[in-house]
Design a binder for this molecule. Structure first.
Ligand SMILES: CC(C)(COP(=O)(O)OP(=O)(O)OC[C@H]1O[C@@H](n2cnc3c(N)ncnc32)[C@H](O)[C@@H]1OP(=O)(O)O)[C@@H](O)C(=O)NCCC(=O)NCCS
Length: 159
């Protein structure tokens, strides 16, 4: 890979902490899935903007599962990072964890891959700097993202 003008993936890392309040919860006392999706979007925006330093819009999100509930009164922790870049698009990996604040017990609840597209000051698509995957894991994520991108674009055509 040509490393000229590339930005290390780690440069876009972000952590979003959200205290789960009663207005975020469902009648079982767990956070609403839609609220977590909103936070995933916000975490993806943070990492994408850290990478490209432009306005961004959400183009697509991967399949999303909720493996564990996060209780009202607990903490949702969202860790995000740009894992792939195209010409104007970036894929951001967002991992969601729930922390029980009374015990410190942390469980992973979701992983999402969000495609964000950069927009210039006129509202047109803007090119983004290439991401440089440095660790073995980042290199693997980069290759896997290529396949996800093809799948997302195929699904887009089917809409
Ligand atoms: C996202 C959006 C800007 C793409 O515009 P477009 O005219 O389709 O432009 P393109 O087809 O050239 O796509 C631009 C880039 O996004 C990527 N892209 C677009 N839709 C995608 C999708 N569903 N999945 C993955 N990548 C996608 C393209 O591959 C391209 O990437 P590249 O430049 O890195 O190769 C446009 O569809 C849009 O404005 N959508 C609404 C965004 C929004 O409002 N989001 C909030 C929730 S509704």
């Amino acid at each position: 890979m040509d490393k000229t003008n590339s930005i290390p993936a780690s440069r876009s890392e972000a952590i979003l902490n959200e205290l789960v309040l009663p207005n975020h919860g469902n009648i079982l006392g767990n956070v609403l899935g839609g609220t977590v999706m909103h936070w995933i979007d916000m975490a993806a925006v943070l990492s994408a903007r850290r990478h490209c330093r432009r306005m961004v819009v959400t183009a697509a999100i991967s399949e999303l599962s909720f493996l564990n509930p996060i209780r009202v009164g607990g903490l949702a922790i969202l860790k995000s990072k740009v894992v792939f870049t195209g010409r104007t698009s970036m894929e951001v990996k967002v991992e969601v964890y729930g922390e029980e604040l009374n015990t410190g017990n942390v469980k992973k609840t979701s992983t999402a891959y969000v495609t964000m597209v950069a927009i210039d000051d006129h509202g047109d698509l803007a090119e983004v700097p290439r991401v440089l995957p440095e660790t073995d894991e980042e290199k693997r994520e980069f290759e896997e993202a290529k396949a996800r991108r093809e799948e997302k674009l195929k699904r887009k055509k089917e809409l």
